[in-house]
Ligand binder design. Structure first.
Ligand SMILES: [Cu+2]
Length: 335
């Protein structure tokens, strides 16, 4: 019984579904008691018609200040919220569990308005560990190289802190970067624990895969912003394509900031990583083709900004802006 709860693809999503189902059952039980009491009151405690009203008849007997009854009324809701709270915390702790040594660690970088995914470590099927970490980097690297008129490095936002706090972005040897023409497809294996470490190169975004039933804000300067930017799924239990979205209003093209999670078998995933590691110049689409997967996103498509000079994609004009006179028309003729 789902009671409207969406279907997820992770064990965590299923645990949340249990919490939801049992909460609804408890609420329904409570509802049935309330409905029964309401029905009982209005059907068996109606004032029976006597034909005429006397003054004593106007109100039924009034009772108040029944201390044991009122204490019960207070205690029961308290017990209800305590039980709900207990089970919520149990499920929340389980959803937020992080175990040491996940099979795959993915570096997620959000930027206006797309995503970059890098594979930091992968446990390969033959028992070896692929290590793809390259370096830490700063979102201000490009500006930093510029010099001001005095020939000095431009001062960059560090809010009076040490220079190295800017160095929070992760760069990996295998990366998938989304563009205006291509949705980034993040390939992941089913049945393995996966860790996501996320950071933003500019403003606050939010990583959301609806089928994980989980989202987390992606912050710039994760440490200084006191955010836990690492989280895990214990496994993805279904192969297939799942859409991912930015869930934090981050500017003009926020709603087009989509990606796709492509969950494949462990064998396909290993061969995907091997292909990308040995063909550094190959595109993600070619790598997907090499494991017999559709090379482009199937859950969403890139947004055409039409910000180019190609006339064929320009919006159709509604008329001549340099001549707005109606042809064959004389001023005043209609008066
Ligand atoms: Cu965003």
């Amino acid at each position: 019984m789902r009671f409207g709860w969406p279907e997820g693809v992770t064990p965590e999503a299923e645990e949340m579904r249990h919490l939801w189902t049992w909460s609804v059952i408890a609420a329904l039980l409570m509802g049935v008691i309330v409905w029964a009491l309401t029905f009982w009151t209005i059907s068996f405690h109606r004032r029976k018609g006597t034909g005429k009203l006397s003054q004593e008849d106007e109100f039924p007997r009034q009772t108040a200040y029944n201390v044991p009854l009122e204490l019960t009324y207070t205690a029961i809701p308290f017990v209800i919220i305590a039980v709900l709270f207990y089970f919520t915390i149990i499920v929340q702790n389980s959803v937020e569990t992080k175990k040491a040594d996940p099979a795959v660690v993915v570096d997620v970088t959000a930027f206006q308005w797309n995503w970059k995914f890098g594979y930091r470590t992968v446990d390969m099927g033959d028992g070896s560990k692929y290590n793809g970490f390259e370096r830490n980097g700063s979102p201000y690297e490009i500006q930093r190289a510029e010099l001001n008129e005095e020939g000095e490095e431009k001062p960059l936002p560090a809010n009076g802190r040490d220079d190295d706090i800017r160095n929070y972005l992760k760069f990996d040897r295998i990366e998938t970067v989304g563009t205006s023409d291509e949705i980034p497809v993040l390939v992941l294996p089913v049945g393995e624990r996966i860790e996501f470490e996320q950071a933003s190169a500019d403003v606050i975004h939010s990583f959301w895969v609806p089928e994980f039933l989980f989202k987390r804000d992606v912050m710039p300067f994760p440490k200084q912003n006191h955010t836990d930017n690492r989280w895990q799924v214990s496994s993805i239990d279904k192969t297939g394509a799942f859409v991912g979205r930015c869930a934090e209003m981050c500017g003009t093209y926020h709603s087009m900031m989509n990606f796709e999670v492509r969950a494949v078998t462990k064998e396909k995933f290993d061969s995907y990583i091997t292909y990308r590691a040995s063909n550094p110049n190959a595109t993600n689409a070619q790598a997907l083709q090499s494991i017999c997967e559709t090379p482009v996103s199937v859950t969403t498509h890139p947004f055409d900004t039409r910000r180019d000079n190609d006339a064929s994609s320009a919006p159709k004009t509604n008329g001549d802006t340099s001549n707005t006179s109606l042809p064959g028309c004389t001023v005043g003729a209609l008066q």
